[in-house]
Design a protein around this ligand. Structure first.
Ligand code: ASP
Length: 572
């Protein structure tokens, strides 16, 4: 028998009995007469003793090294009181070895495997299995597993069907670049790796599936930032006949079931809601962190009452009030933050000991109208509306972080009524804010007159300042969908070529439908209290898209390219 019990299973009640254990050697303490070994596996650590009573066995144990895999048999003994380790589930006992086998030796590991790793990131990724072979790393994956089971339980209970859709899909860009896969059977043609199952799930509604979900792997050939990877997992959901309200209720039910089922606390529902406009005006972002109590106030009117040039020349002046006084140095540092976010400078008004101080004080008869009370500071930014809001949004986060204003808890939020389109300067055309399959609020006619002003049945779910996911009510009328394609400058031929299959499906009795996709990796990261998404991915890529462990992407033999009828151009 290789193993009877695991390394986290033996307790004081087992003392006197003999068991066989297997695991990795995590620590060796060789005191000459006596050797202690920490034997590790996913379930815990058991202390194994090679005692003076079996000198031959102890001598043989001297060859053992870190991360070797051994099987050991021995008697469970209670540890003396002063040797009990309350940090370990097995801390009251030790296993006194009577025999052992080496199941597999290990080369000397490139870094010492321990809970607090200090090794460089690249080295850890190259030896990812060693990095993962730790309680701290495994914890995130155990949570991920539980969250997945909870999501399934909830969605199953609401009659959703778990369905798979193709990963080798048709290239239908959704904002990001596609990964292309050359077809051997159809040389010159390419599949694309699905950016999301968006069109498949919509067509499943046409097919009468009524309620669909999938843990969908999505592939986007984007430059990676800290919290993004080129492949990720979504809980992808679609339903027939929904109003926005139905999706909000479903999202709230699902998330609170997942949080309660794993962390034991139930977030309060319904989640608060805010339109996109309100979010931008109060928080300077479409994903506000509601744990931060600071809000942006519009001070344009009062600012224009004085004779201060900057206030009078700029479109708007907005500010953030905070109960605190600041030194010159602090203000300079904060000014750097807003400058980086795109504005020219930061002004302030401070009420210190009943006296109002501001660099623009002399241009005003009185400053009371700004509404700053004793001990408070009002930071002000002037300029164009968009840049002012964005930079104050950044300042708000900075102040929250620097001065520990972030409250505890899970603050969910729906952000609703996004505009359908935004102007893309680079491409000189309207581009969808989310995706083009979204229904407008109100009449589509207005859209053809002024695409930027029209709002959509488009919502985001935000948790603690992080966007968990987006969704929308879709266009089930193929004519409306066709008109939207025209607005983003697609010709009817292009539409037919790329999206003809969708329009055809919509013209065979498509029910009204809508849905949402939630970033599953992100949910795991947040609920696990982790800093980055790769921590809950088994084998993440580096920021330049490299799999360091397996060395991907890699070149392929010429004969493979030939089969695909592909030829590589030599670098010029
Ligand atoms: N497919 C969309 C996305 O990946 C989500 C949705 O609209 O349901 O963002």
């Amino acid at each position: 028998m290789l193993r009877e019990v695991n390394c986290g299973e033996l307790h004081a009640k087992d003392s006197g009995k003999v068991f066989t254990l297997a695991g990795w050697i995590r620590k060796i303490r060789d005191h000459g007469e006596i050797i202690f070994i920490d034997l590790w596996d996913r379930y815990g650590i058991t202390q194994v003793v090679f005692s003076p009573d079996s000198p031959a066995l102890r001598e043989r144990a001297k060859q053992l090294g870190l991360e070797w895999v051994i099987r050991v048999k021995g008697e469970v003994k209670k540890r003396p009181k002063d040797m009990v380790n309350p940090e370990l589930s097995t801390g009251e006992i030790e296993l006194v070895a009577s025999e052992f086998d080496i199941l597999n030796a290990s080369k000397v590991p490139p870094f010492v495997v321990k809970e607090d790793l200090t090794a460089e990131k690249e080295l850890r990724l190259k030896y990812r299995y060693l990095e993962l072979r730790r309680e701290k790393a495994l914890k995130g994956f155990i949570l991920r597993h539980k969250l997945m089971q909870k999501a399934r339980e909830y969605l199953n209970s609401k009659a959703f069907l778990e369905v798979e859709t193709p990963i080798l899909a048709k290239s239908t860009p959704e904002g990001a670049r596609d990964f292309l896969v050359p077809s051997r059977m159809h040389p010159g043609s390419f599949y694309s790796l699905a950016q999301s199952p968006q069109l498949y799930k919509q067509i499943l509604m046409v097919a009468g599936f009524d309620r669909y979900y999938q843990f969908a792997r999505c592939f986007r050939d984007e430059d990676m930032r800290g919290d993004r990877q080129i492949e990720h997992t979504q809980i992808d959901i679609e339903m027939a006949y929904p109003e926005c309200e139905d999706i909000y209720k479903l999202g709230e039910g699902l998330l609170s079931y997942m949080v309660e089922g794993t962390l034991g606390e139930r977030p309060s529902t319904p989640f608060p809601r805010m339109t996109y406009k309100e979010a931008m005006e109060k928080y300077g972002t479409d994903k506000p962190d509601l744990r931060n109590p600071l809000v942006i106030e519009d001070k344009t009117k009062i600012a224009k009452k004085g004779k201060f040039g900057i206030f009078n020349q700029c479109e708007v002046t907005r500010g953030i009030k905070i109960k605190r006084l600041f030194t010159r140095k602090e203000i300079d540092e904060l000014e750097e933050v807003v400058k980086k976010a795109g504005t020219k400078g930061l002004l302030y008004l401070m009420s210190d000991g009943g006296k109002l101080r501001a660099p623009f004080a002399k241009y005003f008869k009185e400053l009371d109208g700004f509404g700053v009370k004793n001990g408070e500071t009002l930071f002000l930014v002037s300029g164009g509306d968009k840049e002012v809001l964005t930079s104050l949004g950044v300042l708000r986060c900075e102040l929250g972080k620097r001065y520990n204003l972030i409250e505890k808890g899970w603050r969910f939020l729906w952000v609703t009524d996004f505009p359908l389109f935004e102007w893309n300067e680079e491409e000189n055309r309207w581009a969808p804010v989310h995706h083009i399959f979204t229904q407008t609020i109100g009449d589509i006619k207005e859209l053809e007159n002024d695409a930027g002003s029209v709002l959509a049945k488009l919502y985001d779910l935000v948790l603690n300042g992080v966007e968990l996911g987006s969704g929308s009510i879709r266009n089930h009328d193929p004519e409306v969908q066709r008109r939207l394609f025209r607005i983003i400058g697609m010709t009817d031929e292009e539409v037919e070529d790329r999206f003809g299959f969708l329009l055809r499906a919509l013209s065979y009795g498509a029910p009204p439908h809508g849905g949402i996709a939630l970033g599953f990796d992100r949910i795991c990261m947040l609920l696990g209290g982790l800093d980055s998404i790769p921590e809950v991915m088994t084998f993440p890529k580096t920021l330049t898209g490299v799999g360091l462990m397996e060395n991907s992407p890699s070149t392929v033999p010429d004969k493979d390219l030939k089969e695909l009828k592909l030829e590589l151009k030599k670098d010029e």
